[in-house]
Design a protein. Sequence first.
Length: 156
Amino acid sequence: MDAVIRSGRAGSETAAGFAVSWWMVWAALNEACLLRLPDVDKLSPRMLGIDEHRFGSVRYFQDPATKAWTRFEPWMTTIVDLDTRQVLGVIDGRDHNGVGDWLFARPLHWRLAVQVVAIDASAAFRKALRMWLPRTAVAVAVDHFHLISLANQAMT
């Protein structure tokens, strides 16, 4: 996984280079990151990156008692130190509660050291940042997918 972790190459690029599936690269990367997570509270990151990733297909589960169906979307959020490219945390889901709880668990001196956070156009991430990192600059990065999606919505 050094091809992804140390070089910063995209998972899809690494998969193509090694002639394996993207899912195989992603599974190995998740395992490697979880095994290498540092004691985050001992670090002093200046810049964070926060992004969500879908790690499987939508699933439906039926409650045996009520027979009601529940939709489950398998998302996780990753928090990265942008200076070192070190994964700092992996959070279940992609809402402000998960990110907010993770940030709240960091010591105050840790949160005060963060100067910039890069996110996509996620309102949930922005809400968590306003609450737990209110003095931090937020850099919103919009990728091609989101730009095209917004343009298509504007055309309809």
